[in-house]
Design a protein around this ligand. Sequence first.
Ligand SMILES: [Zn+2]
Length: 276
Amino acid sequence: MGSSLVKFHAGLRAAAALFIVIMLTAGCSPPRGSMCQVSTLGALMEGVYDGEWTVRDLKKKGDFGLGTFDALDGEMIVLAGAVYQAGADGSVRPAKDDMRTPFAVVTSFKPGKILRLEEQPDMEGLQAVLDKAMRSQNLPYAVKIEGVFTRVHARSVPAQKKPYPRLAEVTGNQPEFEYRAVRGTMVGFRLPRSMEGINLAGYHFHFLTDDRKSGGHVLDCALAGGQAEIAELHRLDLNLPRSGAFLEAASAGANQAEAKRVESAAGKHITPDGKK
Ligand SMILES: [Zn+2]
């Protein structure tokens, strides 16, 4: 009787230890179907470019995504657990763990659908194909497109100095470049209208060449062929800054018309002097 009681207690202790181990490991990886966002697009549009999270912390929340860096220093691409920085000239280098981001979205990428992609003349055609593969307009999707691109029209942004200008001012003079006949990956999301205010509803892609040497924010593209991997998401872990310029920013939510101008394919008509 006594020894079985001892065994029972030992068993309880083992179970408790196992439970703690499970809780600890669960704490390290984000829940399935979740995306983690740092700050809001609205705040970024108002010029809140002070880095909040380190790249090290961001990596704990996902292995796939996009964003920018402290002082708006280029475009961020997160792919297969590595974080890259596309500079103002489109050249890419690995981001250091202690670099910071004022705005980023990541997920632990687990595609539920893989799609063969035929030739697509432009972003609009590509998006129409992707749209058909998604179940609902009301859920976020992470999308990875690997393939040979006939053309990728991309932009990046140079680091800004304080007092920071609004994002629309920066992108009005954004460096744009075109990659031709290049193999690479587009990393991005399609977000639902319910996320307007905190992010951009619709598609948002960043591009990275296979040699990891060039990339940027995608304004338009033409695809020779490839494949898309799509992950349906249903949770948002939104992390708002608790200090600094965010607290005083004119709008913490994105004006969608301006956000589209700043981020979407409409930018392909921007000429170097910023006029449409
Ligand atoms: Zn972007």
